[in-house]
Ligand binder design. Sequence first.
Ligand SMILES: NC(=O)c1ccc[n+]([C@@H]2O[C@H](COP(=O)([O-])OP(=O)(O)OC[C@H]3O[C@@H](n4cnc5c(N)ncnc54)[C@H](OP(=O)(O)O)[C@@H]3O)[C@@H](O)[C@H]2O)c1
Length: 326
Amino acid sequence: MYKANDDRYKNMQYRRCGRSGLKLSALSLGMWHNFGSRDNYDNMADMVKAAFDGGITHFDLANNYGPYPGSAEENFGRILKNELSPYRDEIIISTKAGYEMWDGPYGNWGSRKYLVSSLDQSLRRMGLDYVDIFYHHRPDPETPMEETAAALDYIVRSGKALYAGISNYSPEQTKKMAGIMRRMGTPLVIHQMRYNMYDRLFEGRLENVLSYEGIGSIAFCPLAQGLLTDKYLKGIPEGSRATKSVFLTPDKIKDEQLKKTAALNELAKERGQSLAQMAVAWNLRGGLTSVIIGASRASQIVENIKALDNMKFSDDELNKIEEILK
Ligand SMILES: NC(=O)c1ccc[n+]([C@@H]2O[C@H](COP(=O)([O-])OP(=O)(O)OC[C@H]3O[C@@H](n4cnc5c(N)ncnc54)[C@H](OP(=O)(O)O)[C@@H]3O)[C@@H](O)[C@H]2O)c1
Protein backbone atom coordinates (compact mmCIF):
# COMPACT_ATOMS: atom_id res chain seq x y z
CA MET A 1 0.00 0.00 0.00
CA TYR A 2 1.14 3.54 -0.83
CA LYS A 3 2.61 5.56 2.01
CA ALA A 4 2.53 9.32 1.52
CA ASN A 5 5.69 11.43 1.70
CA ASP A 6 6.10 12.60 5.32
CA ASP A 7 7.39 16.00 4.16
CA ARG A 8 4.43 16.74 1.88
CA TYR A 9 3.17 19.77 3.81
CA LYS A 10 6.57 21.49 4.09
CA ASN A 11 6.87 23.29 0.76
CA MET A 12 3.29 23.79 -0.37
CA GLN A 13 1.36 26.98 0.41
CA TYR A 14 -2.16 26.68 1.81
CA ARG A 15 -4.35 29.66 1.01
CA ARG A 16 -7.61 30.62 2.65
CA CYS A 17 -10.62 30.29 0.43
CA GLY A 18 -12.31 33.70 0.64
CA ARG A 19 -13.62 34.37 4.14
CA SER A 20 -14.31 30.68 4.85
CA GLY A 21 -12.51 28.32 7.19
CA LEU A 22 -11.30 26.24 4.26
CA LYS A 23 -7.71 26.39 3.01
CA LEU A 24 -6.64 24.95 -0.35
CA SER A 25 -3.21 24.03 -1.62
CA ALA A 26 -1.94 26.74 -3.98
CA LEU A 27 -1.86 24.10 -6.71
CA SER A 28 -4.76 21.70 -7.21
CA LEU A 29 -4.94 18.78 -9.63
CA GLY A 30 -7.80 18.55 -12.15
CA MET A 31 -9.06 15.44 -13.93
CA TRP A 32 -10.76 16.89 -16.99
CA HIS A 33 -8.26 15.11 -19.27
CA ASN A 34 -6.16 11.95 -18.91
CA PHE A 35 -8.35 10.27 -16.27
CA GLY A 36 -10.91 8.72 -18.60
CA SER A 37 -11.78 5.19 -19.59
CA ARG A 38 -9.01 5.03 -22.25
CA ASP A 39 -6.28 6.09 -19.83
CA ASN A 40 -3.83 3.86 -17.99
CA TYR A 41 -4.60 3.17 -14.32
CA ASP A 42 -0.98 3.13 -13.14
CA ASN A 43 -0.25 6.47 -14.81
CA MET A 44 -3.35 8.04 -13.24
CA ALA A 45 -2.47 6.66 -9.81
CA ASP A 46 1.12 7.92 -10.18
CA MET A 47 -0.17 11.42 -10.95
CA VAL A 48 -2.45 11.48 -7.92
CA LYS A 49 0.32 10.18 -5.65
CA ALA A 50 2.87 12.66 -7.05
CA ALA A 51 0.41 15.48 -6.39
CA PHE A 52 -0.37 14.36 -2.83
CA ASP A 53 3.32 13.75 -2.08
CA GLY A 54 4.04 17.30 -3.25
CA GLY A 55 1.46 18.80 -0.87
CA ILE A 56 -1.50 19.07 -3.24
CA THR A 57 -4.58 18.35 -1.16
CA HIS A 58 -7.28 19.35 -3.63
CA PHE A 59 -8.51 17.18 -6.51
CA ASP A 60 -11.01 18.64 -8.94
CA LEU A 61 -13.56 16.56 -10.85
CA ALA A 62 -16.93 16.97 -12.57
CA ASN A 63 -19.73 14.57 -13.40
CA ASN A 64 -18.89 14.70 -17.12
CA TYR A 65 -15.09 14.30 -17.04
CA GLY A 66 -13.91 11.34 -19.08
CA PRO A 67 -14.47 10.23 -21.76
CA TYR A 68 -16.85 8.48 -21.24
CA PRO A 69 -18.63 10.97 -18.94
CA GLY A 70 -18.32 9.78 -15.36
CA SER A 71 -15.21 7.67 -15.97
CA ALA A 72 -12.84 10.18 -14.33
CA GLU A 73 -14.90 9.93 -11.14
CA GLU A 74 -14.87 6.14 -11.36
CA ASN A 75 -11.10 6.11 -11.85
CA PHE A 76 -10.49 8.60 -9.06
CA GLY A 77 -12.74 6.50 -6.79
CA ARG A 78 -10.59 3.46 -7.59
CA ILE A 79 -7.38 5.35 -6.84
CA LEU A 80 -8.81 6.65 -3.57
CA LYS A 81 -9.86 3.19 -2.47
CA ASN A 82 -6.64 1.47 -3.50
CA GLU A 83 -4.07 4.09 -2.56
CA LEU A 84 -5.41 7.01 -0.55
CA SER A 85 -8.15 5.66 1.68
CA PRO A 86 -6.21 6.33 4.93
CA TYR A 87 -5.87 9.98 3.89
CA ARG A 88 -9.51 10.91 3.14
CA ASP A 89 -9.57 13.56 5.88
CA GLU A 90 -6.46 15.21 4.40
CA ILE A 91 -8.05 15.58 0.96
CA ILE A 92 -10.48 18.04 -0.59
CA ILE A 93 -12.50 16.48 -3.41
CA SER A 94 -14.66 18.62 -5.61
CA THR A 95 -17.16 17.73 -8.28
CA LYS A 96 -19.67 19.63 -10.39
CA ALA A 97 -22.85 19.40 -12.40
CA GLY A 98 -24.14 21.81 -15.03
CA TYR A 99 -23.29 20.35 -18.43
CA GLU A 100 -25.11 17.59 -20.28
CA MET A 101 -24.77 14.28 -18.46
CA TRP A 102 -27.70 12.05 -19.35
CA ASP A 103 -30.63 11.97 -21.79
CA GLY A 104 -33.94 13.69 -21.17
CA PRO A 105 -34.88 16.94 -19.44
CA TYR A 106 -33.22 16.19 -16.06
CA GLY A 107 -29.61 15.55 -17.11
CA ASN A 108 -28.35 19.09 -17.77
CA TRP A 109 -28.28 22.74 -16.57
CA GLY A 110 -29.36 23.85 -13.08
CA SER A 111 -32.61 22.38 -11.78
CA ARG A 112 -32.82 20.93 -8.28
CA LYS A 113 -33.75 17.57 -9.85
CA TYR A 114 -30.56 17.49 -11.96
CA LEU A 115 -28.12 18.77 -9.33
CA VAL A 116 -29.22 16.45 -6.53
CA SER A 117 -29.50 13.36 -8.79
CA SER A 118 -26.15 14.11 -10.40
CA LEU A 119 -24.33 14.47 -7.09
CA ASP A 120 -25.86 11.18 -5.88
CA GLN A 121 -24.46 9.53 -9.04
CA SER A 122 -21.03 11.17 -8.51
CA LEU A 123 -20.89 9.90 -4.93
CA ARG A 124 -21.69 6.36 -6.11
CA ARG A 125 -19.04 6.52 -8.85
CA MET A 126 -16.36 7.68 -6.41
CA GLY A 127 -17.51 5.45 -3.55
CA LEU A 128 -17.83 8.46 -1.24
CA ASP A 129 -20.28 9.53 1.46
CA TYR A 130 -19.69 13.19 0.69
CA VAL A 131 -17.61 15.52 -1.48
CA ASP A 132 -15.90 18.53 0.01
CA ILE A 133 -16.98 21.06 -2.62
CA PHE A 134 -19.94 20.80 -4.97
CA TYR A 135 -20.13 23.30 -7.83
CA HIS A 136 -22.82 24.44 -10.16
CA HIS A 137 -20.67 24.14 -13.30
CA ARG A 138 -22.27 26.92 -15.39
CA PRO A 139 -25.20 29.33 -15.06
CA ASP A 140 -28.58 28.16 -16.34
CA PRO A 141 -30.47 30.91 -18.19
CA GLU A 142 -33.86 29.18 -17.71
CA THR A 143 -33.91 27.86 -14.13
CA PRO A 144 -34.54 30.56 -11.49
CA MET A 145 -31.29 31.21 -9.66
CA GLU A 146 -33.22 30.78 -6.38
CA GLU A 147 -33.90 27.13 -7.30
CA THR A 148 -30.26 26.36 -8.12
CA ALA A 149 -29.22 28.09 -4.89
CA ALA A 150 -31.81 26.13 -2.89
CA ALA A 151 -30.44 22.90 -4.38
CA LEU A 152 -26.88 23.83 -3.33
CA ASP A 153 -28.16 24.81 0.13
CA TYR A 154 -29.98 21.46 0.46
CA ILE A 155 -26.90 19.56 -0.74
CA VAL A 156 -24.72 21.16 1.93
CA ARG A 157 -27.31 20.79 4.71
CA SER A 158 -27.86 17.12 3.82
CA GLY A 159 -24.13 16.46 4.22
CA LYS A 160 -23.62 15.35 0.61
CA ALA A 161 -21.13 18.23 0.24
CA LEU A 162 -19.37 20.38 2.82
CA TYR A 163 -19.11 23.56 0.74
CA ALA A 164 -20.85 25.05 -2.29
CA GLY A 165 -19.29 26.77 -5.30
CA ILE A 166 -20.09 28.09 -8.76
CA SER A 167 -18.18 28.12 -11.99
CA ASN A 168 -18.28 30.21 -15.16
CA TYR A 169 -20.77 32.74 -13.69
CA SER A 170 -20.43 36.37 -14.83
CA PRO A 171 -19.67 39.06 -12.21
CA GLU A 172 -23.36 40.09 -12.11
CA GLN A 173 -24.59 36.49 -11.81
CA THR A 174 -21.99 35.83 -9.11
CA LYS A 175 -23.14 38.83 -7.09
CA LYS A 176 -26.79 37.77 -7.31
CA MET A 177 -26.05 34.13 -6.44
CA ALA A 178 -23.81 35.18 -3.54
CA GLY A 179 -26.64 37.28 -2.06
CA ILE A 180 -29.22 34.48 -2.34
CA MET A 181 -26.88 31.90 -0.83
CA ARG A 182 -25.86 34.18 2.02
CA ARG A 183 -29.50 34.79 2.93
CA MET A 184 -30.06 31.02 2.94
CA GLY A 185 -27.20 30.58 5.41
CA THR A 186 -24.96 28.59 3.07
CA PRO A 187 -22.44 31.12 1.78
CA LEU A 188 -20.76 30.49 -1.55
CA VAL A 189 -17.20 29.55 -0.76
CA ILE A 190 -15.53 29.44 -4.15
CA HIS A 191 -15.77 30.50 -7.79
CA GLN A 192 -13.95 28.52 -10.50
CA MET A 193 -13.01 30.43 -13.65
CA ARG A 194 -10.54 30.27 -16.54
CA TYR A 195 -7.51 32.43 -15.88
CA ASN A 196 -4.05 32.50 -17.39
CA MET A 197 -1.70 34.95 -19.10
CA TYR A 198 -3.66 34.58 -22.34
CA ASP A 199 -7.13 34.83 -20.79
CA ARG A 200 -7.55 37.78 -18.44
CA LEU A 201 -11.35 38.01 -18.19
CA PHE A 202 -11.16 37.33 -14.44
CA GLU A 203 -9.27 40.56 -13.79
CA GLY A 204 -11.36 43.55 -12.83
CA ARG A 205 -15.08 43.03 -12.31
CA LEU A 206 -15.15 39.35 -11.32
CA GLU A 207 -12.07 39.69 -9.15
CA ASN A 208 -13.66 42.67 -7.38
CA VAL A 209 -17.00 40.92 -6.78
CA LEU A 210 -15.25 37.88 -5.30
CA SER A 211 -13.07 39.99 -3.07
CA TYR A 212 -16.04 42.10 -1.87
CA GLU A 213 -18.21 39.01 -1.23
CA GLY A 214 -15.39 37.08 0.46
CA ILE A 215 -15.54 34.23 -2.04
CA GLY A 216 -12.43 32.24 -2.94
CA SER A 217 -11.14 32.13 -6.52
CA ILE A 218 -9.67 29.10 -8.25
CA ALA A 219 -8.32 29.25 -11.79
CA PHE A 220 -8.66 26.51 -14.36
CA CYS A 221 -6.40 26.05 -17.41
CA PRO A 222 -3.51 28.06 -15.87
CA LEU A 223 -1.25 26.70 -18.64
CA ALA A 224 -3.84 27.39 -21.38
CA GLN A 225 -4.05 23.60 -21.87
CA GLY A 226 -0.30 23.41 -22.57
CA LEU A 227 0.06 26.55 -24.72
CA LEU A 228 1.84 28.21 -21.79
CA THR A 229 4.62 25.61 -21.77
CA ASP A 230 7.47 25.03 -24.19
CA LYS A 231 5.65 21.94 -25.54
CA TYR A 232 4.37 23.37 -28.86
CA LEU A 233 7.35 25.58 -29.73
CA LYS A 234 8.83 23.02 -32.13
CA GLY A 235 5.62 21.54 -33.53
CA ILE A 236 2.89 19.34 -32.10
CA PRO A 237 4.35 16.39 -30.18
CA GLU A 238 2.78 12.95 -30.57
CA GLY A 239 0.43 12.18 -27.68
CA SER A 240 0.04 15.82 -26.61
CA ARG A 241 -3.42 17.23 -25.90
CA ALA A 242 -3.51 18.91 -29.31
CA THR A 243 -3.36 15.45 -30.94
CA LYS A 244 -6.23 13.94 -28.98
CA SER A 245 -8.67 16.46 -27.53
CA VAL A 246 -11.55 18.29 -29.15
CA PHE A 247 -10.84 21.16 -26.75
CA LEU A 248 -7.37 21.92 -28.18
CA THR A 249 -7.19 21.26 -31.89
CA PRO A 250 -4.09 22.06 -34.01
CA ASP A 251 -5.87 24.98 -35.72
CA LYS A 252 -6.06 26.74 -32.32
CA ILE A 253 -2.24 26.85 -32.13
CA LYS A 254 -1.47 30.05 -34.02
CA ASP A 255 1.96 31.32 -35.09
CA GLU A 256 1.38 34.72 -33.48
CA GLN A 257 0.68 33.11 -30.11
CA LEU A 258 3.67 30.77 -30.48
CA LYS A 259 5.90 33.84 -30.90
CA LYS A 260 4.60 35.21 -27.62
CA THR A 261 5.05 31.81 -25.98
CA ALA A 262 8.67 31.69 -27.21
CA ALA A 263 9.35 35.14 -25.73
CA LEU A 264 7.72 34.14 -22.42
CA ASN A 265 9.83 30.99 -22.46
CA GLU A 266 13.02 33.08 -22.69
CA LEU A 267 11.89 35.24 -19.77
CA ALA A 268 11.12 32.12 -17.72
CA LYS A 269 14.66 30.85 -18.42
CA GLU A 270 16.09 34.15 -17.16
CA ARG A 271 14.11 33.56 -13.94
CA GLY A 272 15.55 30.05 -13.68
CA GLN A 273 12.12 28.48 -14.27
CA SER A 274 10.35 26.52 -16.96
CA LEU A 275 7.56 28.41 -18.69
CA ALA A 276 4.99 26.12 -17.01
CA GLN A 277 6.42 27.11 -13.62
CA MET A 278 6.44 30.80 -14.48
CA ALA A 279 2.83 30.62 -15.70
CA VAL A 280 1.72 29.00 -12.43
CA ALA A 281 3.71 31.50 -10.33
CA TRP A 282 2.28 34.43 -12.34
CA ASN A 283 -1.29 33.22 -11.74
CA LEU A 284 -0.61 32.97 -8.02
CA ARG A 285 1.08 36.40 -7.72
CA GLY A 286 -2.08 38.07 -6.34
CA GLY A 287 -4.90 36.89 -4.15
CA LEU A 288 -6.00 33.77 -6.02
CA THR A 289 -6.81 30.85 -3.72
CA SER A 290 -5.45 28.12 -6.02
CA VAL A 291 -4.74 27.12 -9.62
CA ILE A 292 -5.99 23.81 -10.98
CA ILE A 293 -3.32 22.28 -13.14
CA GLY A 294 -3.92 19.41 -15.52
CA ALA A 295 -1.28 16.83 -16.36
CA SER A 296 -0.64 13.78 -18.50
CA ARG A 297 2.19 12.38 -16.37
CA ALA A 298 3.53 12.64 -12.83
CA SER A 299 6.75 14.43 -13.87
CA GLN A 300 4.70 17.45 -15.06
CA ILE A 301 3.10 17.73 -11.62
CA VAL A 302 6.47 17.53 -9.87
CA GLU A 303 7.79 20.23 -12.22
CA ASN A 304 4.78 22.51 -11.78
CA ILE A 305 4.81 22.34 -7.98
CA LYS A 306 8.37 23.71 -8.13
CA ALA A 307 6.81 26.97 -9.33
CA LEU A 308 6.60 27.73 -5.61
CA ASP A 309 10.41 27.99 -5.47
CA ASN A 310 10.28 31.33 -7.30
CA MET A 311 7.02 33.20 -6.85
CA LYS A 312 8.37 36.75 -6.81
CA PHE A 313 8.16 38.98 -9.90
CA SER A 314 10.00 42.29 -10.17
CA ASP A 315 8.11 45.22 -11.71
CA ASP A 316 10.44 44.92 -14.67
CA GLU A 317 9.49 41.26 -15.21
CA LEU A 318 5.78 42.01 -14.90
CA ASN A 319 6.12 44.85 -17.42
CA LYS A 320 8.03 42.61 -19.81
CA ILE A 321 5.25 40.01 -19.60
CA GLU A 322 2.62 42.65 -20.41
CA GLU A 323 4.76 43.90 -23.29
CA ILE A 324 5.00 40.36 -24.72
CA LEU A 325 1.28 39.72 -24.29
CA LYS A 326 0.23 42.98 -25.99
N1 LIG B 1 -14.94 24.70 -14.37
C1 LIG B 1 -14.72 24.53 -15.65
O1 LIG B 1 -15.56 24.85 -16.52
C2 LIG B 1 -13.41 23.93 -16.07
C3 LIG B 1 -13.03 23.98 -17.42
C4 LIG B 1 -11.77 23.45 -17.77
C5 LIG B 1 -10.96 22.88 -16.79
N2 LIG B 1 -11.38 22.83 -15.49
C6 LIG B 1 -10.52 22.23 -14.43
O2 LIG B 1 -9.20 22.68 -14.58
C7 LIG B 1 -8.32 21.57 -14.69
C8 LIG B 1 -7.08 21.93 -15.45
O3 LIG B 1 -7.40 22.25 -16.81
P1 LIG B 1 -6.32 21.98 -17.92
O4 LIG B 1 -5.97 20.53 -17.90
O5 LIG B 1 -6.76 22.59 -19.17
O6 LIG B 1 -5.07 22.79 -17.29
P2 LIG B 1 -3.68 23.30 -17.81
O7 LIG B 1 -2.79 23.19 -16.63
O8 LIG B 1 -3.85 24.62 -18.47
O9 LIG B 1 -3.21 22.28 -18.95
C9 LIG B 1 -2.79 20.99 -18.62
C10 LIG B 1 -2.00 20.39 -19.77
O10 LIG B 1 -0.79 21.11 -19.98
C11 LIG B 1 0.27 20.22 -20.25
N3 LIG B 1 1.28 20.35 -19.18
C12 LIG B 1 1.11 20.42 -17.86
N4 LIG B 1 2.27 20.59 -17.22
C13 LIG B 1 3.22 20.63 -18.18
C14 LIG B 1 4.62 20.80 -18.15
N5 LIG B 1 5.28 20.97 -17.00
N6 LIG B 1 5.30 20.79 -19.34
C15 LIG B 1 4.65 20.63 -20.51
N7 LIG B 1 3.31 20.46 -20.60
C16 LIG B 1 2.60 20.48 -19.44
C17 LIG B 1 -0.31 18.82 -20.30
O11 LIG B 1 -0.68 18.56 -21.64
P3 LIG B 1 -0.36 17.20 -22.39
O12 LIG B 1 -1.57 16.37 -22.10
O13 LIG B 1 -0.25 17.65 -23.81
O14 LIG B 1 0.91 16.63 -21.82
C18 LIG B 1 -1.56 18.96 -19.45
O15 LIG B 1 -2.53 18.01 -19.77
C19 LIG B 1 -9.19 20.48 -15.31
O16 LIG B 1 -8.67 19.17 -15.11
C20 LIG B 1 -10.48 20.70 -14.55
O17 LIG B 1 -10.38 20.13 -13.27
C21 LIG B 1 -12.58 23.36 -15.12
